[in-house]
Design a protein around this ligand. Structure first.
Ligand SMILES: [Ca+2]
Length: 422
């Protein structure tokens, strides 16, 4: 190395030392500023959560749901079953026993306070998105009739359809004698409906989705986008609204639905239904509806959405929703606890949110929403099934493993809502 080169090297080394010292100092400054920034953000978020308990923060989405009260402060939950995979429907045999479905095709049994490890039935289904083994209910006179009903998607002629089956349940709770009541109901990976519930009239009500073909919801020739009503053996009740309409499907009870997955009746026999408003490939981001369902009613989809007024279709006035959520909550469940153990929930319309990640309780009288209270806050992620036990407890299920959630290690789970101890 020449003297000149050596001098250059020394100068470079000194410069290197100075710059690394500068970097170290700078790094410390950046670190301190970052910590301060994080503390400030945490403080602001804390203030938002504390001062606005009805307004919810979950994941990356900040959403607001207007509530007139917060029951969640009085309530808590106890886990009933954990480590499930997308439980969809729950139906009680007695206070401590119920059947439930898991989307991949499993019908499972919780008996006298314990989960049977093996499913009682596995059906071949196409399980993804909003398709799979979804709906299930027991006959209203189950202890004597022994009938259980399932709604699930299957492959038919290269596309996806829904079928409704009835099984007999033996005394030792095995399933026998399957009988298909309706099949080839149009479906898809999305908008497959599949809620099954017996009304106070002991008829079986079934929701169907528009299967992604929105105009089918207005066609009485199609089973898609409807509520259907059949007898417990699959035959058509004589008093269905379209039994004498040429070209109409005789099972139809109401039409103009996009995709309803939740319904129940109040103590006066009024039928409430929650349905998903247009989002995803339909465009839009909400307008979920709660509707009171009347015989033969047209509920508007896709010609009328949310609270637009004064619409008619097929020369029929469109039935307006009781409640609209302009920003999607994605209602997965609805129950009206008529025998509620918790007085604050009795006779209110409880609605769960998948996207909304909450349970809300609405007091509705004569079609008017008088109040909306928070029942369960956003601690559980996506909430699907909502059901009231014979004893009067409200149970709910999470749906965090459905591909749209952020599951905890114990998800999915079924919980029971109880009062906090004083
Ligand atoms: Ca509507």
């Amino acid at each position: 190395m020449s003297q000149e080169q050596s001098k250059n090297k020394k100068t470079q080394d000194t410069a290197f030392d100075l710059s690394s010292l500068f970097l170290r100092k700078n790094r410390r400054r950046v670190l301190i500023s970052s910590v301060i920034l994080v503390l400030v953000i945490a403080f602001i978020v804390g203030i938002i959560v504390i001062v606005q308990p009805g307004k919810l923060l979950f994941g990356s989405t900040y959403r607001t749901i207007e509530t007139s009260g917060d029951l969640s402060e009085k309530l808590t939950v106890e886990p009933v079953i954990t480590d499930l995979e997308v439980p969809w429907s729950i139906s009680f045999i007695d206070n401590d026993s119920f059947f439930f479905t898991e989307r991949p095709g499993r019908l499972r049994l919780y008996r006298n306070g314990e989960l049977l490890l093996e499913p009682v039935l596995v059906v071949e289904t196409l399980a993804n998105g909003e398709a799979g083994l979804l709906g299930m209910t027991l006959h209203p006179d189950f202890p004597s009739s022994r009938f259980l009903y399932l709604a699930y998607t299957y492959r038919h002629n290269g596309s996806i359809a829904v079928k409704i089956e009835r099984y007999s349940v033996t005394e030792d709770l095995a399933l026998t004698s399957p009988r298909t009541l309706i099949d080839q109901i149009p479906a898809g990976a999305f908008h497959a409906g599949c809620k099954l519930a017996f009304g106070p009239d002991k008829k079986l009500y079934i929701t169907t989705g528009d299967a992604g073909d929105r105009h089918s919801a207005q066609s009485l020739a199609s089973l898609a986008g409807k509520t259907l009503r059949i007898n417990d053996d699959g035959s058509i009740p004589d008093d269905n609204p379209f039994v004498n309409t040429p070209g109409a499907q005789k099972e139809i009870w109401s039409y103009g639905h996009r995709n309803a997955q939740a319904l129940d009746w109040d103590s006066h026999g009024i039928m409430y239904l929650a349905e998903h408003g247009p989002s995803g490939f339909d465009g839009g981001f909400g307008n979920d509806e709660i509707n009171i369902i009347t015989k033969g009613g047209n509920y508007g989809w896709p010609v009328q959405i949310g609270n637009e007024k004064g619409q008619w279709a097929n020369n029929v006035e469109i039935m307006m929703p009781v409640k609209v959520y302009p920003e999607a909550i994605a209602p997965g469940g609805l129950t009206i606890p008529k025998n509620s153990i918790i007085p604050e929930l009795k006779d209110k319309v409880l609605v769960s949110g998948l996207r909304g990640t909450t349970i809300l309780a609405l007091r509705i009288e004569k079609g008017i929403v008088l109040s909306q209270e928070l029942v369960i806050d956003n601690s559980f992620g996506r909430i699907r099934e909502l059901v009231t036990s014979p004893e009067g407890y409200v149970y709910f299920s999470t749906s965090n493993r459905d591909g749209r959630g952020n599951p905890k290690s114990s998800d999915d789970a079924i919980y029971r809502i109880i009062l906090k101890e004083e």
